[in-house]
Design a binder for this molecule. Structure first.
Ligand SMILES: C[S@@+](CC[C@H](N)C(=O)[O-])C[C@H]1O[C@@H](n2cnc3c(N)ncnc32)[C@H](O)[C@@H]1O
Length: 308
């Protein structure tokens, strides 16, 4: 069994990388992180005659993610060491590969297996955004690209029942199957869902909203990002209205949410388009006298609330 003690991470990375070229899994022994809790990665830990470089479980989990692998449950290897095993993700198991149009994100798609509110990095950032716009004080809320309604579900969970009942929720998505699930999930009488193309909001005669939420949708190739965003602010927000725009900075593959969005023409995550789009929204909102925040990690959340 390969054991790493004081080798630098560059050596471990190269060895793991090479091993994964030949095999779908790789196992090696390292210092048990529990032995030196609170140390930083790379600190030297001396045990009997051996010197180890410390790395936390978070570091081993990060390395697995960077290699597009899942980390299996570590097993004890000796009194001071544990076995780290990485298993390659099935990269073709992803809704990103789907070519279906309106139903690309429908209930029969791989996307339907994803429950973002169960991913801590998504949940914490979305919760922060909802609190930052004081969701409980908003009345009319519009969600573009609502899918089956998870983003409304979290609002329902965090607000007192009476506050939630006073909201007026409107969700739009062109996936008929997703919207029919959303309609079943939200039958309290304060939510309306439309199977509709976001490119044609005018024909719905929606009026204005106190909060517009749109997550992972505006950058879709079927939508004109900049003009749509500007039109939302100008034509669909009340004077004191707020925005939450969620930008994915991850990919969903083989059951995992992997940090870093895939960019066209790059074999690795490249963030120029993401940063450009976020910067556009930020500038636009600031010019219209919004206070803007940007938070999150695998999903970046831009919030805009009116100043004054
Ligand atoms: C990546 S999914 C995001 C769904 C949800 N907001 C989430 O984050 O889980 C994008 C959603 O927008 C919908 N969508 C994309 N383009 C659309 C369009 N032109 N009109 C209506 N819905 C659209 C898709 O059907 C899908 O449900």
């Amino acid at each position: 069994m390969k054991t790493f003690t004081s080798e630098p991470l560059t050596d471990i990375l190269a060895w793991v990388h090479n091993t994964l070229k030949e095999s779908d899994t790789v196992t090696f022994a390292v210092l048990n992180p529990d032995i030196a809790r609170g140390a930083y990665a790379g600190e030297v830990i001396s045990i009997e005659e051996n010197s180890y470089l410390y790395r936390s479980y978070k570091a081993w989990s990060d390395l697995g993610e960077l290699l597009f692998c899942r980390l299996l449950t570590p097993k004890p290897a000796s009194e001071y060491t544990i076995l780290i095993t990485y298993e390659k993700l099935n990269l073709s198991d992803s809704f990103h590969a789907s070519i279906a149009k309106e139903e690309k994100y429908g209930t029969a798609s791989r996307f339907a297996s994803i429950h973002k509110n169960e991913e801590p990095a998504f949940l914490s950032a979305y919760l922060r955004a909802l609190r930052s716009v004081k969701v409980g004080e908003r009345k009319r809320i519009l969600n573009l690209g609502i899918n089956t309604g998870d983003e409304f579900d979290l609002i329902r969970r965090i607000l007192p029942t009476e506050t939630y009942a006073n909201l007026e929720l409107v969700g739009i998505d062109h996936s008929e199957s997703a919207i029919s699930v959303a309609r079943e999930r939200f039958d309290e009488g304060n939510a309306a869902f439309y199977v509709h193309d976001i490119n044609d909001l005018t024909s719905l005669n929606l009026d204005r909203f106190d909060l517009i939420i749109t997550i992972g949708t505006l950058q879709s190739s079927s939508l004109e990002f900049k003009s749509l965003f500007a039109s939302l602010v100008q034509n669909y927000l009340t004077h004191e209205g707020a925005m939450i725009v969620g930008f994915p900075n991850c990919r969903w593959m083989g059951g995992e949410m992997i940090y870093g969005a895939k960019a066209p023409n790059y074999p690795y995550s490249e963030m120029s388009i993401l940063v450009k789009d976020i910067y556009y929204c930020k500038k636009y909102l600031q010019q219209k006298k919004f206070r803007v925040t940007l938070t999150g990690k695998d999903y970046l959340f831009l919030t805009g609330t009116k100043i004054g």
